[in-house]
Write a protein of this length. Structure first.
Length: 133
């Protein structure tokens, strides 16, 4: 049986680049977000995770579904998959790494070898729809 990790992620694009985050002790970048707590909606998870990781407030009335991507989970047991449900949203505040996040980066399609498999799928999709440099 395949294990699936359910994650919610924030697609934030500026100047043809998408915001990526790298956790302490990891080498790969990923799209910011995380796992839902029991009973949380996608929107509640997105707001909480982005506040925890990036120190900004997502504006709830701007949240729009972008897409859902399933790929091999980075650094997990064989057969484990991650499902990333991604959303666009506006925010208030200043982006600043917090919690387990060590570094933020603005990623282009050329950075796909530095990201997790699910993030590679997202970068490819953003590139194909002309949202990413």
């Amino acid at each position: 049986m395949t294990a699936i990790i359910d994650k919610i992620a924030w697609i934030h694009i500026e100047n043809g680049r998408v915001l990526g985050a790298r956790s302490k002790g990891k080498s790969s970048f990923y799209i910011p977000g995380g796992k839902r707590d029991p009973g949380e909606t996608d929107q509640e998870t997105l707001i909480r995770e982005i506040q925890e990781e990036l120190s900004v407030q997502i504006k709830p009335d701007t949240i729009v579904h972008f897409g859902t991507f399933v790929a091999t989970a980075d650094g997990k047991a064989a057969g484990t998959q991650v499902q990333m449900t991604c959303y666009y949203a506006d925010y208030e505040g200043e982006l600043c790494p917090a919690s387990e996040i060590e570094e933020l980066a603005w990623l282009t399609h050329a950075d796909r070898d530095q990201v997790s498999p699910a993030t590679q799928m997202i970068l490819d999709h953003l590139y194909n729809i002309n949202k990413l440099s």
